[in-house]
Design a protein around this ligand. Structure first.
Ligand SMILES: Nc1ncnc2c1ncn2[C@@H]1O[C@H](COP(=O)(O)OP(=O)(O)OP(=O)(O)O)[C@@H](O)[C@H]1O
Ligand SMILES: [Mg+2]
Length: 251
C-alpha cells in the first residue's frame, strides 16, 4: 500500500520558488491501479519521485507498505519498481546486459536474473532486440527495456511515470495488459499520465492533479457523476477552467 499525506515539494531556482506538489494526500491499496492524471508541469513526476524516495518532500509523510519514506528509503526501493522517462538508456550495452547489471545491483543470483530476463523478454516482446546495443534501438524498444529494468526484481509496488510514452498501440496494450495482471495478483500499481483515454482504460481510481494540487479523485464513473459531465475529458476541462479562474482571482 502507498499512503501519501499532506505532501508538499517546492523547487527554488535563482528567480523564484515553484510549488511542484501542493499538500497532496491519497492512498493506493494493493490490487488497485491508481492514476495521477494531469497536464505537463502538474507535478506528476515530482510526486512519484518523492514516493520512490528519489526526492525528499518539504513536508508531509509518505509510507510504502508501512515503511516511512524518510527513514526507510532503502527498504522501500527494494519493494518498488520505478519507471521514469528520465532514465536515458543509450550506449553500447544491450538490453540483456543492462538487465543483468540492474539484477546484480538488486543482489539477485545470476540464474534468477536469467530466468527473469527470459520471462520479461517474452512478456514484453523483446526477444528480437535483446542483444542489440541500446543506441540502435527505437524509442519503443528503449521504453520496453526501461520497463523490464524497473521490473527485474519482481517488485510488489509498481510506480510507472507515463508508462506508454513512445509506445505504439500494440505495445501500449501489452503494458496495459500486464498492469492489469499485476492488479489481479494483488500488487499495488501507481501510474501517471496526461492521456485521458489511458487513465480511463487503465485506472480504478483517477486523481486529477492541477498545478501541484489534487483537485478531484474517484473512479471515472464517480467523477462524471459528481461533476455532472458526460465524459472524463469534460470533468477535466471544467476543473482546469475553475482552477484557472481561481488563480486569476488571487492576482
Ligand atoms: N529539479 C527541478 N528543479 C526545478 N523545478 C523543477 C524540478 N523538477 C520539476 N520542477 C518543476 O516542478 C513543476 C512540476 O514538474 P513535474 O515534472 O513534476 O511535472 P509533470 O506533471 O511530471 O509534467 P510532464 O507531464 O511534463 O512530465 C514544474 O513547474 C517543473 O518546472
Ligand atoms: Mg512528468
Amino acid at each position: 500500500m502507498v499512503a501519501v499525506s499532506n505532501v508538499r515539494k517546492t523547487f527554488t531556482t535563482r528567480r523564484k520558488t515553484v510549488v511542484a506538489v501542493d499538500n497532496v494526500s491519497f492512498t493506493v491499496e494493493p490490487g488497485m491501479i491508481y492514476g495521477l492524471l494531469g497536464p505537463n508541469g502538474a507535478g506528476k513526476t515530482t510526486m512519484l519521485r518523492c514516493i520512490a524516495t528519489l526526492l525528499t518532500p518539504d513536508s508531509g509523510t509518505i509510507s510504502v507498505d508501512g515503511l516511512n519514506a524518510s527513514s526507510n528509503a532503502r527498504e522501500i526501493r527494494d519493494r518498488v519498481g520505478f519507471l521514469t522517462g528520465d532514465m536515458k538508456l543509450s550506449g553500447n550495452l544491450t538490453p540483456r546486459e543492462l538487465l543483468r547489471f540492474f539484477g546484480e545491483l538488486n543482489h539477485m543470483e545470476l540464474d534468477t536474473i536469467r530466468q527473469r530476463v527470459q520471462h520479461l523478454s517474452g512478456y514484453l516482446g523483446m526477444d528480437e532486440f535483446l542483444d542489440r546495443p541500446m543506441a540502435k534501438l527505437s524509442s519503443g524498444m528503449k521504453q520496453k527495456t526501461a520497463i523490464a529494468v524497473s521490473l527485474i526484481h519482481d517488485p510488489q509496488i509498481i510506480i510507472f511515470d507515463e508508462p506508454t510514452a513512445g509506445l505504439d498501440l500494440l505495445a501500449a496494450k501489452t503494458v496495459a495488459d500486464f498492469l492489469h495482471d499485476f492488479r489481479e495478483r494483488g500488487r499495488t500499481v501507481l501510474l501517471s499520465t496526461h492521456i485521458m483515454s489511458e487513465a480511463e482504460k487503465l485506472c480504478d481510481t483517477i486523481g486529477i492533479l492541477l498545478d501541484g494540487a489534487l483537485v478531484a479523485e474517484g473512479s471515472r464513473a464517480q467523477l462524471m457523476e459528481r461533476y455532472d459531465k458526460p465524459s472524463l475529458e469534460e470533468v477535466f476541462f471544467s476543473l482546469a477552467l475553475e482552477r484557472g479562474g481561481e488563480k486569476n482571482d488571487t492576482r
